[in-house]
Design a protein around this ligand. Structure first.
Ligand code: ATP
Ligand code: MG
Length: 168
């Protein structure tokens, strides 16, 4: 089978459009939840749209799943140290620090009894890690037990960007 994957990775991706598409999907699936979208950077990145969509949606569905119904989820896009920073923040159950290094392992779940009401396989963050690696991105996890979590993806900017880089 011929694969065009390598080529697709080099597409210029409009992350703002991707985030708006995801917001619409989530609004339809979970109209009762508050999902905020804060766009402060509209630079494009190089990558594969479907892989990036899958990574960000895994983070967003986790944020919804591991939060109470009235907890807001915020997706923000910003420029950080010349990189495109995509953050998904929740006001959920949080994660104890000692679990964080293992979270992206396949099938790793923090506490099956605690999260049994939500269910899951433990593959979502392994996918996020895989997509991040394929895009030269860094994944940062910051969490406080009982308060909430922030998952950040830091992508290299596409060289073509000429727009607002001064503002980054
Ligand atoms: P799947 O994504 O395969 O349906 P999952 O959500 O359990 O299952 P991951 O997305 O890989 O698996 O997450 C691994 C574990 O990390 C989760 O089981 C949960 O314990 C913890 N976790 C992930 N995201 C959050 C979050 N936003 N807040 C609190 N805990 C989280
Ligand atoms: Mg998940």
């Amino acid at each position: 089978i011929e694969t065009t994957e390598g080529q697709q990775k080099h597409d210029l991706v409009d992350m703002t459009g991707l985030l708006e598409e995801l917001r619409e999907e989530v609004a339809n699936a979970h109209p009762e939840r508050t999902l905020r979208l804060q766009i402060d950077c509209r630079e494009k990145i190089r990558g594969d749209y479907r892989e990036l969509y899958s990574a960000v949606s895994n983070l967003v569905y986790n944020a919804l799943k591991y939060s109470p119904e009235d907890g807001a989820v915020t997706i923000s896009a910003s420029c950080e140290d010349g990189r495109y920073c995509l953050a998904v923040e929740d006001e959920g159950i949080g994660i104890d620090a000692h679990h964080i290094p293992r979270l992206t392992e396949r099938f790793y779940r923090v506490d099956d009894s605690r999260s049994s009401s939500t269910g899951g396989t433990g593959l979502g963050l392994a996918i996020v890690k895989h997509v991040a690696a394929a895009h030269g991105a860094q994944l940062n996890i910051d969490s406080t037990l009982g308060r909430g979590s922030t998952f950040k993806l830091l992508f290299p900017m596409a060289a073509e960007n000429t727009g607002d880089m001064q503002a980054c």
